[in-house]
Write a protein that binds this ligand. Sequence first.
Ligand SMILES: Cc1cc2nc3c(=O)[nH]c(=O)nc-3n(C[C@H](O)[C@H](O)[C@H](O)COP(=O)(O)OP(=O)(O)OC[C@H]3O[C@@H](n4cnc5c(N)ncnc54)[C@H](O)[C@@H]3O)c2cc1C
Length: 500
Amino acid sequence: MKNTATDFDVLIVGAGISGIGMAAHMKTKTPDHSFAIVERRENLGGTWDLFRYPGIRSDSDMHTLGFDFEPWTHEKSIADAPAILEYLDRIVDERDIRKHIRFEQKVLAADWRESDARWHVTLETAEGERKHLTANWLYLGSGYYDYDEPYDPGFDFGEFEGQVIHPQFWPEDLDYAGKKVVVIGSGATAVTIVPSMAKKAAKVTMLQRTPTWMFSRPAKDGIANFLRKILPERLAYKITRWKNIKLQDIGFKRARTKPDKMGEALHKRIRKSMGADFDLADFTPPYNPWDQRLCLVPDDDLFDAMKSGNAEIVTGHIKAFEKGGVRLKDDTFIPADIVITATGLKLAVAGKIALSREGVPTDLAEHFYYKGCMFSNVPNLAVVFGYLNASWTLRADINSDYVCRVLTHMKATEADIAVPVLDENHELEEDDIFDFSSGYIQRSKHIMPKNAVSYPWRLNQEYIIDRKRMAEDPVDDGNLEFRRHGANAKDGFEQLEAAE
Ligand SMILES: Cc1cc2nc3c(=O)[nH]c(=O)nc-3n(C[C@H](O)[C@H](O)[C@H](O)COP(=O)(O)OP(=O)(O)OC[C@H]3O[C@@H](n4cnc5c(N)ncnc54)[C@H](O)[C@@H]3O)c2cc1C
């Protein structure tokens, strides 16, 4: 048996949506399990606190980006970061979660030791002090991108004399009133920044190499707000959430089966705002809708900014940065006082934690996903990697609920190890982890865990099916092996090694 108690039953890494969600699920579903959240930053909220660029907002509706257990009650369904942080803060306070959070503690390494069935975790404080603690489970709510460095496309800013800013590190005091701004990129971040900065800047140019499919919708959900007036808050939320899940699902499947029709519908919506003769070249990507995430334009804000003359989109390739702006390969010159490089994120796996088992490094890229939550032959470790074709929190909720079910089963059967066992001679057929063509995904495939064609060894992208499986399939499914470290610890790791 264990000689000393573990510090925590569960160590949650990250106080963003995923980490806070897991804590809230544990409070109600596994109240006898101890847990702590360790967070490298000084605030909670993760993404929603880190990014400070003008207009920062969700591009999913908050009825699905919100948790299943806490209604979203704001009037706007597309929310800005302060409203999302207020929602998370309320959850943390009402559920007494704050006392479990240890801020400014970065997890550097975690080593699994079978002999005492726990992760030995090394942390670093903001002052650079190293600390150690142990936990039976590690739950990674550490997000999916590098908090220290964004993606660097390798621009040479050469002669450029203005300011260069990446949206991940927005200067608090940036004064752009009356200035000429070039925003490089065409993803959700650029599409948010451009109309927002256009309110004060002299001119904002969105410079894109490739167009993106965009869709416009109101930031307020009329049905949701009507239901809230006539129904109890929780019921209204449940109905709106389900409506949006179904609509997302239908929209995604339609794009995959009838891409031309979907493209026409998206174009029709843009022409409705920009006029019947508007040239759609800058809104016509060389790929099908939903081959990459669609980009939301709430309340036509981007189109309105373009119509006002304060914003424009230019499609072209950069030749050089010159003293006063950007020169394109076709010799077009775009004057700029400020360049914003909205060129994307650098993906990171497992919060860049050096994972190991018995001191031997564990590279998750060599392991298969198990139920989009755990990894083949890695014990007591769960992770959240949200949906690409739906809101992140849908996955966070089902994974938290599932891990609570596993913890409950372990307690009932007195097991302290749960490991998805995959035989070394498996004949799993590998599948692309995402069939998305987005640059940030393509660039990072080599660091992502493996994905099989067949369930459960994959990160599936069908929420409605996943939800049912995660909530209803028995946790003891013949793949997830439960054991007690006292009984067979000695050969446990050897078994694992043999299985790989
Ligand atoms: C600008 C932007 C807009 C987005 N909009 C949407 C949207 O509308 N809809 C949607 O579904 N998704 C969206 N996403 C994806 C978004 O990241 C998720 O919705 C969600 O916020 C992720 O929550 P998370 O808690 O898993 O990760 P994060 O929000 O990234 O939080 C992770 C936390 O873990 C901490 N952490 C990381 N590593 C360590 C470590 N080693 N030790 C200690 N702490 C660590 C971080 O400091 C951070 O606080 C957006 C992403 C970005 C960047």
